[in-house]
Design a protein around this ligand. Structure first.
Ligand code: TYC
Length: 102
């Protein structure tokens, strides 16, 4: 903590450390209809994955039912979920994207 002075010789200690932000995992859920290529595209476009990483995550979701796209602060996670869900709806794919507190 760093020191400050206030009033008649009164020492004041103020907190200098910032707080850790609450973090959220963004997850993709498997379904039987969304094309694999569409899921790979979503991971490249919204989660900055290269083709190899995107394919690996997509296959993990395909085989395990759920997988992590990334970890973000609340507003960033919420925005990514909305962008994925809007694109999936536009293409009439049942892809589900959700967030959960870490
Ligand atoms: N299971 C889908 C298929 O066989 C592919 C898929 C992967 C769908 C990941 C959704 O989050 C998902 N076409």
């Amino acid at each position: 903590a760093d020191g400050g002075r206030e009033g008649a010789g009164t020492a004041v200690l103020t907190r200098t450390r910032t707080r850790k932000p609450n973090l959220y995992r963004v997850l993709l859920l498997n379904d039987d209809y969304t094309p694999m290529e569409f899921v790979v595209h979503v991971l490249e476009r919204f989660f900055q994955k290269d083709r190899a990483a995107a394919t690996q995550i997509m296959m993990h979701v395909h085989q395990n039912g759920v997988g992590e796209c990334g970890v973000f602060t609340y507003e960033v996670a919420e925005t990514k979920v909305t962008l994925v869900m809007d694109l999936a709806r536009k293409h009439m794919h049942p892809l589900q994207c959700v967030m959960e507190k870490k």
